[in-house]
Ligand binder design. Structure first.
Ligand code: GDP
Length: 298
């Protein structure tokens, strides 16, 4: 977890700095609670999580003296309480196989890298993995995914640039079924600038998938870039509407001071968080451990 600690260092420093300002007095009074709440909001945890943590602290410790260390521990405990219910690894359980995992998110969020990392995690669990290059809008996306597939040694189904993603997904599911693949991970276009087109494209993929297997897609995983801070939250809002999100992966938690947005997302949307990205290599997708993350942040 060294990398994880390093990854959240900036977030932790920021929250720590903000909280330190809060315990000017030793007693947990309204003024101190105000300062704690402000510190949490300033650290990207969002107004709703901040209010909830404040209320819990007040309920448990109002009027009692509290040291800075105790305050941080108490905040960590409340953060963990928010994160625990949403921690849910992406498990391969589909029957019949393959499990179809649609991966969605805006360009630049780390979607392609996350797909490769996910494929690697599945491989480590001895699952047969296949990729499908459903982002036909960007030629570079197809090429990049191919490179990852070769590196990982997993089959990939691609089509022509500007080709129909639904037809690629159709071919991929057929091929995956025939070859006994356990998990099919599908890249999709991230063109939020054209919401209507993206919506139609995803709807068509869903229709085609549904015809092959009524349960598919089994997962619709939204990849979010933590460095976008509060913007990551509005992306959840939009993609919920456009695509029907079943879970989240937050990337780039290394090196950003905005890791608190993970807590805001958990509190505001309650969507499962499957994993977190803490770097650019294939090993850098970590299971989401709520207690560890809470301790690292606060
Ligand atoms: P896409 O456009 O959404 O498919 O994004 P990419 O997968 O191409 O990633 C965009 C950039 O972000 C690349 O340089 C990745 O190496 C980088 N990236 C992806 N995930 C992470 C992460 O967890 N941490 C860091 N530091 N960089 C990441």
């Amino acid at each position: 977890s060294e990398k994880l600690f390093g990854g959240f260092r900036k977030t932790s420093e920021r929250l720590s700095h903000n909280l330190t300002g809060a315990v000017g007095t030793a007693k947990l009074d309204d003024e101190t609670l105000d300062d704690v709440e402000d510190a949490l909001i300033l650290s990207d945890l969002g107004p709703s999580a901040a209010a909830r943590i404040r209320a819990k602290l007040s309920e448990k410790r109002f009027g009692l003296t509290i040291t800075e260390k105790e305050l941080k521990e108490a905040v960590a405990e409340e953060i963990a309480a928010i994160l625990r219910p949403v921690a849910k690894p992406l498990e391969v359980t589909a029957f019949p196989r393959p499990q179809v995992v649609l991966v969605i998110g805006v360009n630049g969020s780390g979607k392609t890298t996350t797909i490769a990392k996910l494929a690697h995690l599945f491989q480590e669990d001895d699952y047969g993995v296949m990729l499908a290059a459903g982002d036909t809008f960007r030629a570079a996306a197809i090429g990049q995914l191919k490179v990852w597939a070769d590196r990982l040694g997993v089959p990939i189904v691609t089509g022509p640039e500007k080709g129909d993603p639904a037809s690629i997904v159709f071919d991929a599911v057929k091929s995956a079924t025939e070859t006994g693949i356990d998990a099919l991970v599908v890249d999709t276009a991230g063109r939020l600038q054209n919401k209507r087109e993206l919506m139609d494209e995803l709807a068509k993929i869903r229709r085609v998938l549904g015809r092959l297997n009524p349960e598919a897609p089994h997962d619709v995983v939204l990849v979010l870039d933590a460095t976008n801070g509060q913007n990551a939250l509005s992306q959840i809002e939009i993609f919920k509407e456009v695509a029907g999100v079943t879970g989240l992966i937050m990337t780039k938690l290394d090196g950003t001071a905005r890791g608190g947005v993970l807590v805001a997302a958990a509190e505001q949307y309650g969507l499962p968080i499957h994993a977190i990205g803490v770097g650019e290599t294939i090993e850098d997708l970590r299971p989401f451990d709520p207690d560890l993350v809470a301790r690292v942040i606060a």
